[in-house]
Structure formats: C-alpha cells, structure tokens
Design a protein around this ligand. Structure first.
Ligand SMILES: Nc1ncnc2c1ncn2[C@@H]1O[C@H](COP(=O)(O)OP(=O)(O)OP(=O)(O)O)[C@@H](O)[C@H]1O
Ligand SMILES: [Mg+2]
Length: 252
C-alpha cells in the first residue's frame, strides 16, 4: 500500500501541492483527475521519488521513500512501472531494445533471459513479434502498448500511468483501457491512472480522486463522482465552461 501524507510542493513562488493526503490500496485501480497543470504529473513523480516534497512524506509498503538508502531505493524502484505521458520511446532503438531497457540497466539477466521476458511482455500487451520494429513504424496506440510492455517488464507491483489514452482515437483508447484492466487483474497489479478522459474514468476506476488547487477535493467511486454536489467536480465531469472553474488558467 502507498500512503501519501500532507504532501506540499512549490516551484519558486508557485504552490502546486498544498497538503495532499491519499492512500492507495493494494489491487485497486485508482484514477486521478484534475485540470491541466493542477499537479497530477508532479504527484506521480513524488511517488516515484523523482521529485522530493517540501513537506510531508510518502510510505510505500511502510517504507518512507525519502529516507531510504541506495539499496532500498533500488528495491522500491523495482516495484514500480511507469507509463510516461506520451509513451517516451527511444526512436533510435528497436521495440525489443526499448522494452528491455529497465532489465539491461537494473538486472544482470542473460541476453537469452531478457529476450524471453521481452517476448512474454509483448505478448501480454497484444503485440507479439514486433521486436525488430522501430518506434517510427508504430501508431500512437502501438507506442502506448510498447510503453506499457516496458512498464511491466520488471514485474512491478505498482504501475503508474500518466494520461495513457491522450491523443488516441476512441476505439484505440478503449482498447488501452481494457488492457490496463486486464493487466491489473492478470498480474495482480495496483494501478494509478492519471487521465482527463471521462470515458476512461468510467471504465477503469475502482476509485476516483480529484486534485484541485493543490488538494484532493473528491475521493470516491464513479457513482459517487456523478452524484457529487461539489460544483467544481460537477463542472469537470460535465466538461462545462459554466461554473466555478474559469476556462483560462487559474493562478494558484
Ligand atoms: N520541474 C518543474 N519546475 C517548475 N515547475 C514545474 C515543474 N514541474 C511541474 N511544474 C509546474 O507544476 C504545475 C503542475 O504541473 P503538472 O505537470 O503536474 O500538471 P498536470 O496536472 O500533470 O497537467 P497536465 O494535465 O497538463 O499534464 C504546472 O504549473 C507546472 O508548470
Ligand atoms: Mg501531466
């Protein structure tokens, strides 16, 4: 389980997180929603220890990630898979090399063993036999699948997805949503999904939280999301330009 307690983060004068409290339970698919720029990616980066908070802490399976030494840090990192916003594949590398990257960097598995694991993960994401393709030869949806194969190649316990369906057509987006659900069931993963896509929220979420002006303003299931009497939540869910949120960027 992941426990986020009173997380604060500012960049110079700009306050992004102002006291985020959030528990993530084993086996759930937690979806984080919120406006562009509200700090969703920043929150994910804190969970991955790629950013340090100004105040507050995060426990992963009761270990405080801020305080761990190199050895424990590696142990923690291995527990996490991450699908970056935009997939972030290396164009100069083949699909197989992209997927194998975490194994090459963090394990001493033999080339044959790496090859076997890459094939296994490509099969799981529905793209067997694509090892020798280059990212330039792939559609957006295929790139996301390859990014997902890379995210699970170390057999993590937690997988974090940053806007996995952005930029995909609705059918492709639905197939990525299905893949997220299937993988999480098959591999017994705990998933944290950041998205703007309300269709994804409906399908994927076992629980939803909404981040707004640096805090969690909603925490509940999809049904409760639709029944919320919070005007900010309602406006986001309906995608309306009428309401407390102004369409222009908010100054936090
Ligand atoms: N390394 C950084 N240095 C300075 N400011 C940053 C940094 N990273 C993020 N920010 C700022 O923090 C705020 C939150 O950014 P973040 O990327 O988390 O937004 P987001 O909710 O993921 O938005 P989107 O939905 O558009 O991806 C933004 O105003 C951004 O400019
Ligand atoms: Mg983001």
């Amino acid at each position: 389980m992941i426990k986020i307690h009173n997380l604060h983060k500012s960049f110079d004068e700009k306050v992004v997180l102002r006291g985020v409290d959030l528990d993530v339970f084993d086996g759930e698919r937690l979806v984080i929603i919120g406006r562009s720029g509200c700090g969703k990616s920043v929150l994910l980066k804190h969970i991955l220890n790629l950013m340090q908070p100004d105040k507050g802490y995060i426990l992963v399976d009761n270990i405080a990630i801020r305080k761990v030494g190199q050895k424990d840090l590696f142990f923690l990192r291995k527990q996490f898979g991450f699908l970056f916003q935009g997939a972030a594949l290396f164009d100069s590398m083949s699909v197989a090399e992209n997927v194998a990257l975490p194994l090459v960097e963090h394990t001493d598995l033999s080339p044959a063993e790496i090859e076997r694991k890459v094939a296994e993960k490509l099969e799981l994401v529905g793209l067997p036999g694509t090892q020798d393709l280059r990212p330039a030869e792939l559609s957006g949806g295929m790139k996301k699948r390859i990014g997902l194969a890379r995210a699970i190649v170390m057999d993590p316990k937690y997988v974090l997805y940053d806007e996995p369906t952005t930029g995909l057509d609705p059918i492709m987006a639905a197939s990525i949503d299905k893949l997220i659900i299937d993988l999480s069931n098959q591999l017994k993963l705990t998933s944290i999904v950041v998205t703007h896509d309300m269709q994804s929220v409906e399908k994927v979420a076992t629980r939803v939280v909404m981040l707004h002006v640096g805090k969690i303003i909603f925490n509940g299931d999809v049904q409760a999301l639709h029944q919320s009497d919070n005007a900010v939540v309602n406006q986001f869910v309906s995608g309306s330009i009428e309401g407390p949120i102004q369409p222009k960027p908010v100054k936090y």
